[in-house]
Structures are given as C-alpha cells and as structure tokens.
Write a new protein. Structure first.
Lengths: 317, 468
C-alpha cells in the first residue's frame, strides 16, 4: 500500500497568515483595552462578600466607600448559584481597591460589620480577601518568567542534542518559536476576554510549555525517522508532508481527548459559576489547540524553509 | 516477537486495579470507637487553601525593624504555639530571614462559624505575652496532633503574675556534662528589674513550682531549687536537645523588640473552596468516562490497555500526593497541582495513542499482528521518551526554583510559593509514572493480551477490514 501524502507545505502561507492575523488582533485589542496585572502581581487589595436576596446596591456601595475614604473603590456584583438558599438568590460582591497598597485587615472587618448591621437578613459573609504587597507580587511574577526562560533554554539544548540528525539547533529554535506562538495565543485570550494576568496565567503558560513542546517533538521525531528511511536524496518537502500526514490522525485523537477533559472542566465551572477555574480552563483550551496547531503549521514548516535555504546556499557555493 | 506469557496481562491489570482502588478509597480498620487509617485514600489528601478555604498571611517586623534570625525564629515559634494550641494542625509556616518575612497558611477549623480573616490573623500574630506564675494549675487540657497535652488557662494561684517576658534579656539552650551524662538545659538571663523580681519569686517559692506561660498556654513548670539572685537561671529537666531549643525560642518570643505587621493576606471561605473541589470532582469523572469510552471505541484492545495503564498512572500520582501509608505526610494539593496532574495524564494519553496509531499503521502495511505490535511499540518509543524528557526538564526546573531548594534565591530571596511547586511536583511524578505505566506496564500488557487466541483478530487492534 502506497502511503498517501497531503500537501502541508503548499499551505504554509495560509498557516502563517492565520497565526499572524490572530496575533495582530491581539495586539490591537491590547492597545485598545490594555491589560491589567492581577493584584497577586501588581499589589493591591480585593474583597469578595457573599450574600443572599436583593440589596440596594447603591446603599451597599456607599457604606463601603464611607469606610475607605482615601480609596477609589470599584464594585462588581455577580450571581452565584452555589450560595442560593432559603433567604433568596446568592450573590457575590467583589470590591477592588485602587492603588497598589495593602488594605489593613481592620478595614475589611469594619466593612463586613457595617454591612451585616445594615442588612441583617442578607447573610453577608467574607468569601475571599486578598491583599498583596506590590514589591512581593512583582518579584514573584519576574521569578516565574525567569523560571520559564531557564526551562525554555534547557529544552532547546535537549532538542538540539537529540535531533542532531535533522539540524539540531534549528529544530530547537523553531520549537521555541512555536512555544512563543502558543504563549502569545494564551496571552491574546487574556487580553480579548479582558482577564487580568494572574496565577492562572502562569499555570496555563507552564502547562502549554510542556504540552506544545511534547507535540512538536512528536513531529520532529517522525521527520527524523522518515529522513533516515527515505535517504539523503529525498526532498525535504516530501519528508515533511509525509511525516505530517502520518501524524495528523494521532494529533486529532490526542487533541480530542485532552480538549474533552479541559472542556468538561470549563463547562462544569460555568454551571457552578466558579470563575477562578473558568479563567484557567478557557485559555487552556485555546493553548491546547494552539499547541497542536503550531507543531504542524509553524515549527516544522519554518524548519523546512530553513533547511531549503541552507541547501540552496550550499549549492550556490 | 518475544511473546509475553498470557497470564501477565491479567496479573498486571489486577495489580493496577487494586492499586487504583486502594489509592482512591483508602483502607481503614475500625476497632471499637478508634478508627485507624491503614492506607490513605483520596479523602486523606491535604488540600491547599485555594481549594479547601483558609487563610494565607505574610508578616514582617513592624516599623522597619531589622530582626535577627533568632528573633524571627522566635516570632515564628509564637505563631506555631498558637496554631497548635487552637487545634489547627494542618498549617504551613515558614520564616524567611533574607526577606524578613513569616508566611503562614492554614485552613479554617471545621467548627468555625465566623470566617473572619482579620480576627484569625490578629489572634495568631499578636505580640506574645510571656509570664512566670506560681504553681502549675490550669483549667483545661487539649491534645496536639502527636497526642502531647497542651495545658491552658491559668487557675487559682497561677492567676498571679510574678514577672513577664520584657524582663528577660536572653534565653538560650545549653548543654553540660553531668558526670558523663549529657544534660540539656535552658539558660535565662534577666535585666535589673527581672533580677530583682526573680530573686523575690525564688525566695517565696523555694522548693515549689513556678510555671512559664505563653499567652494562655503553659510551656514549662520547673521546680525552684535555690534562690537565684545573680539574674541568671537554668531550667533543667529531662530535655532533649530539640525540646531545650524550642523552649528557649519560645521564651525569647516574650521579649521580642518588635511586633508583627501584616504584609499580605488572602483568605477563601470554605464554602467557596468546597464548591470548586466538588466541581473539579464532577469534571474529573466526566473527563475520565469520556476518555475511557473514546479510547476503547477508537483503539479497541490497545485502547483498553491504555485505559488500565492510565488508571495506574493516576493512582501513582494520587499515592505520591496522599502519602498512601499513614507514616508519610500528605502533600498539599493546590489548583496548579491539579493542572500538573492533568498535563501528565494528557501526555500519558498521548503516549498510548502514539503507540496504538503506530500499530494500526503497521497492520495496514500488511504486517502480522505480532510483528505490527513489535514494530509499533518500537517506533513510537523515541517520540514518547523525547517528549516526556522535555516535560521532566520543565518539572525539575520548577521544583528547583519554587520548591525547598529555592534555586534562584540569590536573586529573588527565599520565598514559598507552594502553588507552583505543587505543579512541578505532580508533573514530575506524573511523568515518571507515565514511564512506568504508559510505557512499561502498557507494553507488557499489550504483548501479553495479544497472545490470547480469542483476541488475535487484527481488527481488534485497528487493522484493516480486508485482512483475515
């Protein structure tokens, strides 16, 4: 049986175009909306209260503002199914303090007390309270980035050594390009959905780091194997097209399973309105798709282009 | 192909099923009222406060005071004493000298009704009050996690205060040689006021007991053997080296020249935590059911083998987190820890799919079942190993940077960001487990099950229809 072969290389410009397009949209959104660092990294304070039944929101806000005269405070009220009870529908009130200073725990207690006094029937409770010192938050963020950079560098070294037969360094570098591509995609999701960059962002980036490279390596492995099988005379484009054709089914299968797992997390969290995990699962879904896409459509075709150029140069000599 | 004996499949599969069941369910024995955990299950896992709810707080010496490492350690021991005395056993507590921070994480107590982080933090970080009192009467007794008694609340004669911590200048553990017997003691030094008061006290209570208290908790109740007038005293007793150090550290805390201020706080109510844990549980069940059905339909026999191997991989991660045997402590599982678990299971699925696809390819080329399995497992190996090795690199770097080794501490100072450490830990364990289960056990099972006559139809392995 003759192996059939799809022409992936011929469509490379479409692939690159799609990626560049999405990145450009991301940059435009970034310029229009900007991006915010979560208080975990920028420093600052946030309090969430849960309560039941309806409350005069303006009155509620003025009580809080009264207790924090120096601060401009932003409020968000969201419905939360999980805390529904006999006293009425459950709501979550999130109070974000401006500025990057920490808020005294006393302020937090005072606010809760006055809310409970004013609205005794609405079961006001603190559900979340975060207050972070700006210098510590930023240090942690930078540390994460440095760790990611070290991991990336070591992985390039590993790929360079293991894939020496198919031009190690270039394979490693284009694997890294694919990795950047996927991280940018995750970032774009945070920008477009206007989610602040928080620890979930770091967790998703770390996961994509492993997943994307694993996927790229599967492709490189097939190219390495086919190149050895087909001999030095075979055209690199053919080697690439054949390798991708052989891998595409595995990629689809793996993507379906991982995506199904993460999507089920996402859907369940929408049902239960757990925003902290939603903002983890959604960028993850995009990251997984991007991770698979970038292996076939970014890293390897770039590698082919590079190899062709190298060959041309050698021929010209 | 080297055939693997037929029963091997059943042995490996049964072992994995037993491992999975025990690691999830755990095993208790009940003898009368006493329940003893023999094997820890999923319920015994210690959940991080991002899941279970609780308080995380960072303290530093107030007013820019530069504390010595000993002082910081004393401040830490105050918090520890208070956590233990209020029956919070499940805490994490670190003192970091280079950044002058004390970090504490603890879950809400089960019977707490008022989840006020402010109250909880003030309770544990208030300046310690160290007192010397006559006698050793107390009102109530609690027990800590190791079953040691904690005597609380002064009563009767102990309500009187003889002297307090501000009058102590130094407390340190000492060791001396008592006729060839090593004795550990705690040496105390008093200031002028303390020397005077201590002389009075030892005169009044000669040959009686004086007890030392931190806040509401009795630390020690030595006997007065002589009148001490030089302002230097020794507490002896059958201390071990650790006990002497711990007591000295706690006594020092009563004389700390600074109070603690709160830098960071974050608290999550347990209802919020319970909800997300419950939701994650449901999502996990849905995802696992889908993967099981999908793998078996798509890949038949190799799919079934993959599902068993994945169960094995998952149970190894659960075991590494829960500790499995009661002697091992549970690792603290956070949301990023769960993410690491998902990623390693994802690569486990991928490894099995790679192999199954390769076998299918070989069958389509017209190879016999045995040689197809042989070639398929062999060809997919390099991709799986390279992929997993890079993930191990990521995991190891994260563990080194964010774990107890603190690799970059010379740039960023020591810090304890347990969340990302947990990601590295579950990812590393999960990937190693993938080598054992997804590569080792799965291949063994595959080569064994393919020897069964009933299951020798290549179609069961994804082979083409026209093949007979």
């Amino acid at each position: 049986m003759k192996d059939k072969m799809l022409d992936f290389y011929g469509k490379r410009k479409i692939f690159f175009g799609i990626s560049i397009g999405i990145i450009v949209i991301g940059i435009i959104c970034n310029i229009i909306f900007g991006v915010s660092l979560d208080i975990q990294f920028s420093g600052g304070s946030m309090i969430s209260y849960s309560y039941n039944g309806s409350v005069d929101e303006n009155e509620m806000k003025s009580i809080i503002q009264e207790k924090t005269p120096d601060d401009k405070v932003t409020f968000t009220v969201a419905k939360s199914i999980a805390s529904n009870n006999a006293d009425g529908d459950g709501y979550t009130l999130t109070v974000q303090f401006s500025g990057t200073d920490t808020v005294d725990t006393q302020v937090q207690s005072d606010i809760l007390q006055s809310l409970q006094e004013k609205f005794p029937d609405n079961n006001f409770e603190t559900s979340e309270f975060t207050s972070v010192d700006a210098t510590m938050g930023l240090k942690f963020f930078v540390k994460c980035i440095v760790a990611v950079a070290i991991a990336c560098a070591l992985m390039v070294v590993y790929v360079t050594i293991r894939f020496k037969r198919i031009g190690g360094v270039s394979a490693g570098m284009f694997g890294l390009v694919a990795l950047f591509h996927d991280m940018v995609m995750v970032y774009v999701v945070f920008v477009i959905f206007r989610m602040p960059i928080d620890s979930n962002f770091i967790a998703v980036i770390l996961m994509i780091l492993g997943y994307s490279l694993n996927d790229t390596i599967v492709m490189y492995d097939r190219i390495r194997e086919n190149k050895a099988k087909m001999g030095p005379k075979a055209s690199i484009i053919d080697v690439y097209n054949l390798s991708m054709t052989q891998c595409i089914k595995r990629t689809v299968m793996t993507s379906i399973t991982t995506l199904a797992a993460i999507t089920s997390v996402y859907v369940v969290c929408i049902v239960y309105n757990i925003t902290s995990i939603q903002s983890f699962a959604l960028p993850m879904i995009i990251g997984l798709i991007s991770g698979c896409y970038s292996s076939i459509c970014i890293a390897t075709p770039l590698w082919v282009i590079w190899q062709l150029r190298k060959k041309n140069k050698e021929a010209a000599k | 192909m080297k055939r693997v004996a037929k029963p091997v499949f059943f042995i490996v599969a049964l072992l994995i099923i037993a491992l999975t069941a025990s690691s999830i369910l755990g095993f208790d024995t009940q003898f009368g009222d006493i329940k003893t955990t023999r094997i820890k299950g999923i319920d015994d896992i210690r959940w991080g406060i991002d899941i279970k709810g609780g308080v995380e707080a960072t303290f530093r010496p107030a007013d820019g005071v530069d504390a010595t490492p000993e002082q910081l350690e004393s401040a830490r021991s105050v918090i520890e004493t208070r956590l233990v005395s209020s029956s919070i056993t499940d805490y994490e507590l670190y003192a970091d000298d280079s950044s002058q921070r004390i970090i504490v994480r603890f879950p809400w107590k089960e019977d707490t009704t008022n989840y006020d982080p402010n109250e909880a933090i003030e309770e544990i970080a208030a300046t310690a009050k160290l007192t010397f009192r006559p006698g050793n009467s107390y009102t109530t007794v609690d027990y800590d996690a190791d079953g040691n008694p904690i005597m609380k609340t002064p009563k009767d004669e102990t309500e009187e205060i003889l002297l307090d911590g501000s009058m102590i200048t130094k407390a340190e553990p000492n060791v001396y040689d008592d006729n060839g017997k090593i004795q550990y003691v705690v040496s105390l030094e008093f200031n002028d006021e303390g020397t005077e008061k201590f002389k009075e006290a030892t005169t009044t209570y000669l040959n009686q007991t004086i007890s030392i208290w931190m806040d509401d908790v009795m630390l020690s109740y030595p006997n007065v053997n002589e009148v001490i007038s030089e302002g230097k005293a020794q507490i002896s007793g059958s201390f071990t080296a650790e006990e002497a150090t711990a007591l000295a550290t706690k006594i020092n805390a009563g004389a700390l020249p600074f109070s603690l201020e709160t830098v960071n706080v974050s608290s999550i109510s347990p209802t919020l935590g319970q909800n997300s844990l419950y939701a994650m549980g449901i999502a996990a069940i849905i995802a696992l059911c889908f993967i099981t059905v999908f793998m078996i339909i798509a890949f038949r026999i190799p799919g079934l083998v993959a599902v068993i191997a994945l169960a094995g991989q998952m149970s190894i991660i659960i075991i590494a987190v829960s500790g499995y045997f009661p002697v091992f402590n549970s690792f603290t599982m956070t949301l990023p820890g769960i993410a690491g678990m998902i990623l390693s299971i994802g690569t486990g699925v991928d490894a099995n799919i790679l192999t199954a696809e390769r076998i299918r390819e070989e069958l389509k080329r017209g190879k016999s079942l045995d040689s197809a399995i042989n070639a398929g497992t062999k060809n997919s190996l390099s991709a799986i190993i390279d992929g997993n090795m890079t993930i191990i690199i990521v995991a190891v770097i994260l563990i080194l940077v964010f774990g107890p080794f603190n690799m970059l501490s010379f740039i960023f100072g020591l810090s304890t960001t347990g969340a990302i450490y947990a990601f590295g830990y579950t990812l590393l364990i999960g990937t190693i487990a993938n080598f054992i289960m997804g590569i080792g056990a799965a291949r063994l099972m595959l080569k064994s099950i393919s020897g069964l006559k009933l299951l020798r139809n290549p179609r069961l392995y994804g082979g083409a229809k026209n093949e007979r």
